[in-house]
Unconditional design. Sequence first.
Length: 202
Amino acid sequence: MKKLLVAALFTFASFTTWADSVQTLQDFVRDVKTGRAAFTQTVTSPDGAKKKTSGGSFEFSRPNRFRFTYTKPFEQVIVGDGVKVWIYDADLNQVSSRKLGAALGATPAALLAGASLDTDFMLAPLPAKDGIDWVAATPKQKDGAFQSLNVGFRGKDLAAVEITDSFGQRSALQFSNWVANPALGAEVFRFTVPKGADVIEQ
């Protein structure tokens, strides 16, 4: 009887912790209006045979303003200015842009920098792992670019995002030096086309 009671209590405690992770994500979207972090991104091919690692910095300001600055292994900038999403490849000196609504949808940027979760995602708790509490955010749009998005928190701090796209390719972002609600000027999310760059409107 004692064993059953202990098992039941453990199961209840685990479920409560998992359920709390959904609340943590909801609180994050409600309370964290701006954010800044460094990140390392590892992209794994569908068969698991190939991996690519990159890194840089990330800032966002709700609603729908964000900047990913990749510094290694090559320079790339992705900026959402609230109207468009701009992608600049320094090696090619090429810029592509598209309207925010078409580019954002049920994407990691929408999940982290958007104003609402309910429109695009269904949320469910996942078991904690390595000190990180996880939430599954499943896109409601069935034919979108992503199969699944998992968001991890260490306490209240954003710790990780794991993404599986529609082709089975997996991307894992690990965040460090996280700062919630820093003062970020409007210029952070303003993109200026570099001189001589080719611009492709999508």
